[in-house]
Design a protein around this ligand. Structure first.
Ligand SMILES: O=C(CO)[C@H](O)[C@H](O)COP(=O)(O)O
Length: 402
């Protein structure tokens, strides 16, 4: 048993068919026949002399770990087994690698370096946010677990004392999930599943059931994150126009931060005599129409209360052309008549969701933009959805199931 609290690295000096020769700190004295943990892999010592040791490696171990590509000159984390009475400063690491993960992304943050890793599907199910994971034998806390990846955050001390600071996207790492979490999970499986199924749905959803949950959220006046990976590569938060509240407008303006637009069925804009904007249009074929304000409002039309009132009026069945001033501050878009079967844009997705929710075919959409001004990608969107407890769905799923 090990702890993942790494104090030493060793250098691989020779890679044999069934052994690794390593050069290590002469103070480290592995016992012949005993265990050593190299980059998270438990190996048996074949021979040891001060400053040098040879560990046995089987084909099975190579197949299941990063030792399949280890080369002479590589630096590896090294840890000797715990003795009774030792301090357990990480967590209980067995050196039994669950699988090899791939580094997807490395983000330097103000207080540490976040590493996103894609593990195998089976291993992902064993990881729980805020439990432990061993990454190349280093004990770390799982920061977040998303649909196909998880992240850890490396503090400066870990970056200094281990080799993890050299990781870049594409690198492979040995992963071992936390023994205690694994045992608790296995024992509690059915109860855990029941509890999860009763939770309100947030985060990434998929399939017919996911689409139905998104429709229910729209029907209740809530927001849904709709991810469009192809046309725009952006995600929008979508609401129904008929149920739109000033608080939701404030949320879009202050937290979602994109350009708020009002997707409408084309016949609504025709009936309200809101014309198409002149010109060729944008690169994605978004059908922008002349922006409007509510004629009855006394202010500039910009406040959250006024914009929400303009939007609700656009969705009202008894609205007439004279209800609106042109141009104004609320930007309608026209959906294609065939909705998602004709174009897989946020415009069509929004109108399709409103219609499926039994509401007027007028909605609201706004792209999620990160605080640094970059448009949110799939990972950012999933974090955003979890943070704001919103369901998230892909436009392809909507096109398939609505
Ligand atoms: O253009 C837009 C409004 O500024 C947005 O990108 C919005 O997502 C709707 O557009 P589309 O139907 O092209 O996805």
């Amino acid at each position: 048993m090990f702890t993942g609290s790494i104090e030493h690295t060793a250098t691989v000096s020779e890679v044999g068919e069934d052994f690794l020769r390593i050069t290590l700190d002469p103070d480290l004295r592995p016992a012949v026949g005993g265990a050593v943990c190299l980059d998270g892999v438990r190996l048996t010592m074949q021979s040891a002399a001060p400053g040098e040791a040879i560990a046995a490696v089987t084909d099975e171990t190579r197949r299941r770990t990063t030792l399949d590509r280890i080369a002479a000159g590589s630096s590896v984390h090294v840890e000797l087994p715990l003795a009774i009475g030792d301090r357990i400063d990480g967590h209980l690491v067995q050196g039994h690698v669950d699988g090899v993960g791939k580094v997807l992304r490395v983000d330097d943050e103000p207080t540490g370096r976040r590493i996103w890793i894609k593990p195998g599907e089976r291993l992902l199910a064993r990881l729980v946010a805020k439990s432990s994971v061993a990454l190349n034998g280093v004990s770390l806390t799982v920061a977040e677990v998303l649909k196909d990846r998880f992240s850890v955050v490396l503090v400066p001390h870990t970056l200094r004392r281990t080799n993890l600071g050299t990781l870049v996207a594409g690198d492979r790492v040995n992963l071992e999930s936390d023994l205690l979490t694994r045992m608790a999970r296995d024992g509690q499986g059915p109860a855990l599943l029941r509890a999860v199924s009763q939770l309100p749905w947030v985060g990434y959803l998929s399939g017919s059931a996911g689409v139905q949950k998104a429709v229910a959220q729209i029907a209740a006046g809530g927001g849904v994150v709709v991810w469009d990976p192809k046309l725009e590569g952006e995600g929008d938060v979508v609401f129904a126009g008929e149920r739109f509240r000033p608080q939701s407008m404030t949320f879009l303006l202050t937290q979602v931060c994109g350009h708020t637009t009002i997707p409408c069925a084309a016949e609504v804009l025709e009936r309200l005599e809101i014309p198409r904007m002149p010109g060729e249009g944008d690169r994605q074929g978004t059908a922008m129409h002349v922006p409007v304000d509510l004629a009855a409002e006394a202010g500039t039309g910009v406040s959250a209360v006024e914009r929400a009132a303009t939007i609700r009026r656009l969705a009202a069945a008894d609205a007439v052309p004279g209800d609106f001033l042109r141009p104004g501050h609320v930007f309608p878009l026209a959906a294609r008549p065939g909705l998602l079967a004709e174009r897989k844009g946020h415009t069509e997705a929004t109108v399709a969701l409103c219609t499926a929710a039994g509401l007027a075919p007028v909605g609201v959409c706004c792209e999620v933009m990160r605080p640094d001004g970059v448009m949110a990608d799939a990972v950012d969107l999933e974090q955003f959805a979890l943070r704001w407890e919103l369901p998230m769905i892909g436009v392809d799923d909507l096109a398939r199931w609505l």
